[in-house]
Design a protein around this ligand. Structure first.
Ligand code: PLP
Length: 396
């Protein structure tokens, strides 16, 4: 049977990134999806309206859906090889919809301890307010994981982790979750679908902060979740109920950014490894964290799960402690001292003051977040210029 013109299942990832979800505008032939800046949509008949209400047309009322949402959802689903995807106002709105759409009061979550700060805050919030508790498990502690999964209602993991870029064995987690019939939500923000497509490994909900590499230009906030239609039905319903939709303009910007995802992330992965190797040889750097360095504790696993690279992140510990790390952040010129990641411009931040400021010193120590860490998100600049900027900033 001939594939539908927009069925991209035979295509490679770069082709999917450009073409999936794209439909030439029927009225004008415009090659790009127009921005459907419309809160509502008109129908020719009540039957037509009812079809729209069942989701059989891309537009009905924008909190329910919008053609700009449909375009990025189709692209993300194609990139992950999933049946469906749902777009949200932010990565946090996406994770909130998974939690609020699938769990109820009294349920228990199992989560790897090394999670993005906002994710952990949300899990603590639903514990305090709704009695949805979380058991935190250390990375690679399979025994603790198996016993915690008994009776749990959701497994949550993230990899590579922030900021030490530890790598979870997503396939082993997927098998353990399947054995207990526990749905598995996985934050793939750092790897992106360019390097890791976890759905075939037993993940039910792959979610990403599209604010980062998917958008890629530091000009929007959005989140995306991929999975089967059945798994995503309550997540899509939660978006409608709680209203966590993006603006059509942001969805359009995201669609535009996603077209170049593969070339950007491949380049960022290659540059981040050059920068990591340069930093590893620097006398004022105590330690470098990059999954593609042989010195990384999860290197073999990272190579197996992500043979093409691990993304644009590299973290390093400065000799001289916090003072030295602050000096680097204050001295860089080309690299911006700014939170977030995945943009075309390189940015760095001190996890102590940004992503991990909400944790106690003991909690930071437990996941290896020391005060001397600098987290760098490599953009699209030349590696030599980034190394020169870092050398200047690392001088005593
Ligand atoms: N997951 C990870 C790994 C992140 O780094 C972030 C944000 O920094 C989020 C989720 C939340 O995404 P957003 O800021 O788009 O809500």
């Amino acid at each position: 049977m001939c594939a539908e013109p927009n069925d991209r299942s035979d295509d490679g990832p770069a082709t999917r990134a450009v073409h999936a979800g794209e439909h030439a505008d029927a009225a004008t032939g415009a090659i790009n999806t127009p921005v459907y800046r419309s809160s509502t949509f008109r129908f020719d008949s009540t039957d037509d309206l009812l079809a729209g209400q069942r989701g059989e047309r891309p537009g009905f009322y924008t909190r329910h859906g919008n053609p700009n949402f449909a375009a990025v959802e189709a692209k993300f689903a194609a990139l992950h090889g999933s049946e469906d995807a749902v777009v949200f106002a932010s990565g946090m709105a996406a994770f909130a919809a998974i939690v609020l759409g699938t769990l109820r009061s009294g349920d228990r979550v199992v989560a790897l301890a090394d999670l993005y700060g906002g994710t952990r805050v949300l899990l603590e919030e639903v514990r305090a307010r709704f009695g949805i508790t979380t058991t935190y498990i250390a990375l690679h502690d399979e025994k603790a994981l198996r016993s915690a999964l008994v009776g749990a209602m959701l497994l949550v993991a993230e990899s590579p982790t922030n900021p030490t870029l530890r790598v979870a064995d997503v396939a082993a987690l997927g098998r353990a979750a399947k054995a207990e019939g526990v749905p598995f939500a996985f934050d793939n923000t750092f790897a992106t679908p360019v390097h890791l497509r976890p759905i075939p490994l037993g993940v039910d909900f792959v979610y990403e902060s599209a604010t980062k590499a998917l958008g890629g230009h530091s000009d929007l906030l959005a989140g995306l979740v991929a999975g089967s239609k059945q798994a995503l039905a309550p997540v899509r319903a939660a978006r409608k109920t709680y209203g966590g939709i993006p603006d059509p303009e942001s969805a359009w910007l995201l669609e535009r950014g996603m077209k170049t995802l593969v070339v950007r992330v491949e380049r960022q992965s290659a540059t981040s490894l050059v920068v990591a190797r340069h930093l590893e040889a620097h006398p004022n750097v105590r330690r470098v964290f990059h999954p593609m360095l042989a010195s990384h504790p999860d290197h073999a696993l990272a190579k197996r799960l992500m043979p093409t690279g691990s993304g644009g992140m590299v973290t390093f510990a400065c000799r001289g402690g916090l003072d030295a790390a602050r000096r680097v952040a204050d001295r860089v010129q080309l690299i911006a001292n700014a939170p977030s990641l995945g943009g075309v411009e390189s940015v760095l931040s001190l996890p102590l003051y940004t992503s991990h400021s909400y944790l106690s010193p003991a909690e930071r120590a437990a996941i290896g977040v020391t005060d001397d860490l600098v987290r760098l998100s490599v953009g699209l600049e030349d590696a030599a210029d980034l190394c020169r900027d870092l050398d200047r900033a690392l001088r005593e």
